[in-house]
Design a protein around this ligand. Structure first.
Ligand SMILES: [Fe+2]
Ligand SMILES: [Fe+2]
Length: 555
């Protein structure tokens, strides 16, 4: 049996699609409050019907969608159809996602009777007359003037609602940005607190990766550090990296070789600015590392020196990386680049100093071939004595260099005097006694050797004040100079000379024991006897291994 409801249901438009209802739900609510029913939605820019007015008889909207675009452009409510008793309202409203939407719906402007003939009006609206009649008698009457007034009220409320929502969303964005900025500043602050020069770039890099892992939405983080020296170079310090290193955090999908391919694929521009790589690039068939779907890559550089790369790999929620993440990575990379630059500068200085010390040591050996290896042995015996005396590791480098360079002033002594096989005259002895001062003068202008200078100048002072050049005594003589004095005498007595054989160990021991408290610091002599076996081994070690010593004690 045909009922009123079944006729209505058959000819009426369905309720709004779920997603449209959700998007416009704040406006829908206000419209329902104002008009007592929901309206349809038409896109104000394109005229596309997003949702037909629910509950109205179905019809083709045809030209009306174009009229809605016009209404949206004019920005005030208008009637699209005015065919007694029907009024079709078009109400332009600000859309929640920006732009304009037009709420549309047909109203009945007066009370109607079931016996009325709506044929003409219904046809003009594109409705089936019978369905239109059955629908019309169930509607509340909305006089045009009231409809217009309510439309303006609803429009105002929607404006306010959208404005409030926009403010809420802006507040949320600002809060999120502030939280992000705070995290960024706190990370950079922590990083700068760790910029100790003693820390290697790898140590600092690993710390940086861990901290970045806490704030960046990346599955993996990687830091590629280039090799600093060639593997063929002789080692200056154990800390020099001769192969590239890849530090990782989280789930890093690349090994060293793959990382290099990845960098090559980014092109040369990547070394001057951050590169953000997302889907369009990584889904290309020639993309060499398909395990990387998205990435940010920043070069670690300082001036023209490129030290490596810092990369965030694969977004943790599959989204695309953006400028916020790129900026954070750039800031961290800038700090790491400066740190690497400082380390490199320090390494180059250490290398230069090593070269200078090697050159000077060879110059002494060339000058006085009979004492070949003396400087190296004195350096190593002095270090052993210093260790025995509990001198800190930070001074061992100074004492090693001081041992190597203690007789550098002999460069300024005449060859005939230096190589004279027999006993020296008083004048010749006075001439030779000038070598500590000459040595001091030679090294004075090499800034990095400041700590070594007092040792070179005072290694011939005597505990009883009868040495030279300053006749200092006891503890007024710098401690490192007192140590080198013992090492120097020990090696000089044990070495063969053109005019005499080296003394046997027992005789050297007897002389040192007798000279404790007269020529030498008694505590250093005690240390000598405690470390006697090691010192003997050094004295008989023929290897002239200055480089290994420099590497071992380099700061
Ligand atoms: Fe000397
Ligand atoms: Fe010497």
């Amino acid at each position: 049996m045909l009922t009123l409801d079944s006729v209505l249901q058959a000819g009426l438009t369905p309720v709004a699609a779920a997603e449209t209802a959700e998007l416009y739900s704040p406006l829908d609510e206000l419209i329902e409050q104002g008009f007592g029913r929901k309206l349809g939605w038409i896109d104000g820019a394109t005229g596309e019907v997003m949702c037909l007015p629910p509950g109205e008889p179905t019809r083709d909207w045809g030209m009306r969608t174009e009229m809605c675009r016009e209404v949206a452009r004019r920005g005030r409510p208008e009637f699209l159809d005015d065919e007694d008793p029907f009024l079709t309202l078009a109400l332009p409203l600000p859309a929640p996602d920006g732009g304009t939407v037009v709420a549309v719906g047909t109203f009945v402007r007066r009370k109607v009777e079931l016996c009325e003939d709506f044929t003409q009006a219904a046809e003009l609206l594109g409705w089936d007359p019978q369905t239109a009649a059955l629908w019309a008698i169930r509607q509340t009457a909305w006089p045009a003037e009231l409809l217009e007034r309510v439309a303006r009220l609803v429009e105002k409320q929607c404006d306010t609602e959208i404005h409030v929502r926009k403010l809420e969303s802006e507040t949320a964005t600002v809060s999120a940005n502030l939280a992000g900025t705070y995290e960024e500043i706190s990370l950079l602050y922590r990083l700068t607190q760790n910029l100790k020069l003693s820390e290697s770039d790898e140590d600092l890099g690993q710390v940086a990766l861990e901290w970045l892992g806490e704030v960046l939405p990346a599955r993996g983080l990687a830091m590629y550090l280039t090799a600093l020296g060639s593997p063929r170079d002789e080692p200056v310090s154990h800390s020099v990296r001769t192969e590239p290193a890849l530090l990782t955090y989280g789930d890093c999908p690349l090994n060293v070789g793959e990382f290099e391919q990845f960098i090559d694929a980014l092109g040369p521009g990547a070394s001057s600015r951050p590169s953000v790589v997302n889907g369009p690039q990584t889904s290309r068939p020639d993309w060499p590392v398909p395990q990387v779907h998205g990435a940010i890559v920043v070069a670690l550089s300082e001036g023209n020196n490129l030290f490596g790369w810092l990369a965030a790999l694969n977004h943790s929620s599959g989204e695309e990386f953006g400028t916020v993440e790129a900026n954070l990575l750039s800031s961290v990379a800038a700090i790491l680049g400066i740190h690497s630059g400082n380390i490199e500068l320090y390494r180059q200085q250490a290398e230069l100093l090593t070269g200078v010390v090697r050159a000077l040591t060879s110059a002494i050996d060339a000058k006085d071939p009979y004492t070949c290896g003396h400087s190296d042995r004195v350096a190593r015996v002095a270090v052993r004595l210093a260790e025995e005396l509990g001198i800190g590791a930070e001074s061992l480098n100074t004492i090693y260099l001081a041992g190597l360079l203690h007789d550098i002033g002999k460069i300024g002594i005449n060859d005939e005097v230096l190589r004279k096989p027999g006993k020296l005259t008083d004048a010749e002895y006075e001439h030779i006694k000038r070598h500590p001062e000459i040595g001091h003068k030679i090294l004075r202008d090499l800034g990095r050797l400041d700590d070594v200078l007092p040792v070179v100048l005072h290694h011939h002072e005597s505990w009883d004040g009868r040495g030279y050049p300053a006749k200092l005594d006891a503890t007024v003589i710098p401690l490192l100079a007192r140590i080198v004095a013992v090492a120097d005498s020990f090696d000089a007595m044990g070495s063969d000379r053109p005019y005499r054989q080296g003394m046997p160990g027992e005789k050297i021991d007897a002389i040192l024991r007798a000279g404790a408290g007269r020529q030498w610091d008694p505590e250093v002599i005690d240390a000598y006897f405690r470390a006697r076996a090691d010192i003997d081994a050094i004295a008989h070690d023929e290897q002239d291994d200055i480089l290994a010593g420099l590497a071992q004690y380099s700061r």
